[in-house]
Design a protein around this ligand. Sequence first.
Ligand code: AMP
Ligand code: MG
Length: 415
Amino acid sequence: MAQLSDDCFAFGGKLMSVEEAQALIEARIPPAGGRESVALRQATGRVLAEDLRARTPLPPFFNSAVDGYAFRHADLAAEGPTRLPIAARLQAGQAAAGLSPGTAIRIFTGAPMPDGADTVMMQEDAREEDGAVLLVPGLKRGANCRPAGEDVAAGQVALPAGTRLGPAAIGLAAALGFRDVPVRPLVRVGVFSTGDELADPGMPLGPAQTYDSNRFTLLALLAGLPVEAHDLGILPDEPAATAAALARAAAGHDLLLTSGGVSTGEADHVKAAIGQGGRLVFWRLAIKPGRPAAMGVVEGVPVVGLPGNPVAAVVTFLHLARPLVLRLAGAAPDSLPRFTARADFAYRKKAGRREYVRVRLAFGAGLPVARKYAREGAGLLTSLTESDAFAELPEDVTAVAPGDELRILPFRAVF
Ligand code: AMP
Ligand code: MG
């Protein structure tokens, strides 16, 4: 992938809004290049490298949309029943027959329309009697049939470059006959944790130690994105070792993520390390939880230093790392889906920053109801496992009252 200039993330402002951060990513990260062909079965979640153009129309031929009787609309009487002898029977997979005027053909869903037929009456609306069918009046010409190319015309772009191939897109590509699809290479993302206090799960816990969770959360978040993620372990709170590790990792990666060590404490060495090995831009995001984030470029590779507190790491991952990954992956930008719910709590917040409040949702009649998780600490992992969503309180809001409408970012859409 393209090497970035050291100052590509430079930003003059003091507190950066989430929108500014995302606009900067869009503006500064060149769209991904590269292309490889993968089998459709292996393509789920990958990003299309080229427009996928239909080589054949979909459906490929004019066919019946129902089980019923195909006939010429001109033969249908305007009033009263029409009686047409049944000349043939046509099932899905059988080659089209011709239709003589004044006759009908018994037809089944997906079977090709006989030449000359233009309309199908559903079997529920017709009655068979002595080798003929009795049709009722009032059906429109073309009813219950599907023209060739109704879904996708031949030559049309069915899926644009940049599409992330989900189940629907995979199904469409298959329906258009693609066995392989051109996709962007996976983004190689290396994930470090930082902190002398961290221990690997499974290891004995020393007196002042806590288990590393962020690395596992981040790798799990990345699992839903078009990346090849690498677990790069835990870095000590030591600038030289951190700088060396980042420089070494830059060689084999398109993006490096760290967590911890980016606030203003004395042991916050990630900032220093990025500065030592490349160029640091410290972003203070107008977001809670998650204000500090170190952005930088080491050896031409972007590095995002996420905050250490687990909830802050998740929130900043979603707003910084995720868009960055999608940009590097060549994916069309997306915005995370929100819906509206009603607050059943009161809450006060500072103006000028966006806040993510953990809530549990109750669904019933009317809008879903959002109940705030009782505790607010950015280090509480159970605040995520015991909640369903973030309520996203915009920058200008200073208070929430019971009954207020809230924008909800459901975990289901992102985790
Ligand atoms: P820091 O920003 O490094 O000062 O970290 C803030 C808080 O998050 C501290 O309590 C750290 O112990 C904690 N923390 C940092 N990294 C991790 C991690 N990988 N897993 C769990 N907790 C962490
Ligand atoms: Mg730390």
